[in-house]
Design a binder for this molecule. Structure first.
Ligand SMILES: [Zn+2]
Length: 184
């Protein structure tokens, strides 16, 4: 299911849930009245309690506030470290003569797209030979702008995509991806 379809499905589900809850509330309104009264009796004193200033000494306030602030700073730092160390910044690789781009490693190899190293145009693939058994099969990536073939490799287009995906997966696994991301 695509993200858009998923979003629509969740919206429809939420709407149905809200309508069902409203319907049930109207249907059972007499039965629900004591619950509402009980809720009011509980919530109002709780609100008053939360709004009342406390008479604690300042050291208690420091004791509570300083570790909280440190925890927030620590979590922020950990998040930045995670962003740096995970392969999320690695979305481009020059491999076998072409520049390969993808959005998320989870979508590989299908999401892989080859671009021209000279003009950055999206390359067009052409599968050659192999149809009659005797010829060996190969795939060529053409740049329509430069009229060049930056990549020509044995196998099919699918094989070339899978091969590139394997290389990307290897770079992520070994940590070598850092060498392919500037400022890392
Ligand atoms: Zn080009």
């Amino acid at each position: 299911m695509s993200d858009r379809k998923k979003g629509l499905f969740v919206k429809v589900l939420l709407t149905v849930a809200v309508v069902a809850a409203a319907g049930a509330a109207v249907w059972f309104k007499d039965e629900l009245r004591p619950v509402w009264v009980l809720a009011q009796q509980t919530v109002e004193p709780l609100g008053q309690h939360l709004m009342t200033p406390s008479l604690w000494p300042n050291w208690v306030a420091y004791l509570v506030c300083i570790p909280s602030a440190l925890a927030v700073l620590f979590l922020g730092w950990r998040y930045l470290q995670y962003r740096k160390s995970s392969g999320r910044l690695f979305k481009e690789l020059t491999y076998l003569g072409s520049v390969w781009r993808w959005n998320s490693p989870a979508d590989l190899p299908k999401a892989l797209k080859p671009y021209c190293p000279n003009c950055n145009a999206l390359l067009v693939y052409e599968e050659l030979g192999g149809r009659f058994g005797s010829q060996s099969q190969s795939v060529a990536l053409h740049c329509e702008t430069c009229q060049t073939i930056p990549t020509e490799q044995p196998g099919t287009w699918k094989y070339l995509q899978a091969r590139t995906a394997r290389e990307i997966e290897r770079l992520i696994r070994t940590g070598e991806w850092r060498q392919h991301v500037p400022d890392h």
